[in-house]
Ligand binder design. Sequence first.
Ligand code: MN
Length: 219
Amino acid sequence: MSSAAFAASQHDAGTAANIGRSPLTQPPLPYAEDALAPAISAETVGLHYHKHHKGYFDKLATLIEGTPMTEMSLEEIILSTHNDASKIKIFNNAAQAWNHNFYWQSLSPKAQTPSGELAEAITRDFGSHDDMATKLAAAAADQFGSGWAWLVSQGGTLRIASTSNADLPFVHGATPLLTIDVWEHAYYLDVQNRRPDYIKAVIDGHLAWDFAAANFARA
Ligand code: MN
């Protein structure tokens, strides 16, 4: 397969638009490491991408080496190992690889606002954009310990969700539209314990609403 065809196949299928599906290949960052500063510093993005995110791919490769899982998509591995205690290490590393693929795409160097059908659905289900943003910020701030805050579509309705550690919405029947990583490594170098400052900076200026709209269109 040519590299162009491989890239196209990664982008055309899957649970979410525009995210990598291979269990063995960490997708490139979609922007420069300093593109999110000062909300998220280049140092944080660099460590987060090259150490934490890459680490999940490296561990996953070791765990699935020589098994049929090397031929599966990340989503297939996650769905087939979810709730299987004997496969918890594979699930955790595959889910964290996927979550970070999704996180980098959920962030935008430039501020965006939702438009079209997604904006209408936000108003319908939350009352207003600000009410949605307030609920997303609260879910991200209130997540106890490590985890993720999400905007999801489930049963035709948008809602805010949070998950612990590596857990993620699509194993629970919800389609993720965008996410915010609230593990300490996502913000501690920049704002130490002030997680709400990181959340506010991301929500106010760096959510990729074009990515959320593409996921919403496929939900
Ligand atoms: Mn992370």
